[in-house]
Ligand binder design. Structure first.
Ligand code: SF4
Length: 250
């Protein structure tokens, strides 16, 4: 691999706390930078002036720091060590953010090499379809968001989400919508219809927004109503809260 560099916030091992891969152990590579600014986000303000923290022992929280941008050979060395020392522990590598697809020129060179270690899982805000198209052949799993205006405080980019869905359809794809008490029924219906237009079998995850104190910002009845609406359009609609935070993991 060439000595390319990436702007990264952190690299660590944990369980996947959201969506269809919940509970699986993954290597998380968190990219800095995002093209959106969701109200509930706690990561989009990360910037490349801060160092990246890398866990030394998988899952133990013993971090050391490297200046950004991080030469990728550091990550390769880490993956070699983790795969050799903890064989079979990790299910996949999760590229997360921020928005990983903002660094797509880097990914174009890097993803195939990453995939020699483990399957690649992309967590994305689901609007950068053109970038995805250039790397999608080397991605195994895509977990994409459809952003609802009630939770993000932003206008939802429905057409961009629709285009992204069609590009991602060849992967093992799932869709997530974050909801709270302000979420309107029509938003979830529209997101479900967009998803069903690609395939009614795509798993559709309704994730209640979780506050800092781990309370959930929507009542149980509201969640059930949203599930019933989406289930009239799609075959696999699940309510899954963020779980890793409840057991104190990253
Ligand atoms: S898309 Fe994700 S990373 Fe970007 S602002 Fe929204 S929640 Fe944060």
């Amino acid at each position: 691999m060439k000595s390319r560099c990436a702007n990264l916030a952190e690299v660590f091992s944990s369980i996947q706390g959201e969506g269809v891969h919940i509970g699986r152990r993954q290597v998380f590579v968190r990219f800095i930078g995002c093209n959106l600014a969701c109200e509930y986000c706690d990561t989009h303000l990360l910037d490349a002036a801060q160092p990246c923290r890398l866990e030394s022992t998988p899952g133990r929280g013993d971090f050391h720091h490297l200046a950004n941008p991080v030469p990728l050979h550091h990550l390769t060395d880490l993956l070699v060590r983790w795969q050799g020392g903890w064989p079979g522990v990790h299910h996949s590598i999760s590229l997360t953010g921020g928005e990983p697809l903002l660094q797509v020129p880097l990914l174009q060179e890097w993803i195939a090499a990453l995939r020699e270690f483990l399957p690649v899982h992309l967590e994305t805000n689901g609007v950068l379809a053109t970038a995805l198209a250039t790397v999608v052949r080397d991605i195994d799993f895509v977990s994409m968001d459809i952003k609802l205006p009630s939770t993000t405080g932003e206008e939802t980019l429905w057409d961009h989400h629709a285009e992204f869905l069609s590009v991602a359809a060849g992967t093992d794809l799932s869709v997530k919508v974050v909801v709270n008490a302000s979420t309107r029924h029509w938003e979830v219906v529209r997101a479900a219809e967009l998803t069903a237009a690609v395939s009614p079998s795509i798993p559709f995850i309704i994730q209640p927004e979780t506050a800092e104190d781990l309370s959930v910002r929507i009542g149980a009845t509201g969640l059930i109503e949203l599930q019933e609406l989406a289930a009239g359009i799609l075959r696999d609609v699940r309510i899954i809260p963020q779980t890793h935070r409840f057991i104190g993991l990253l």
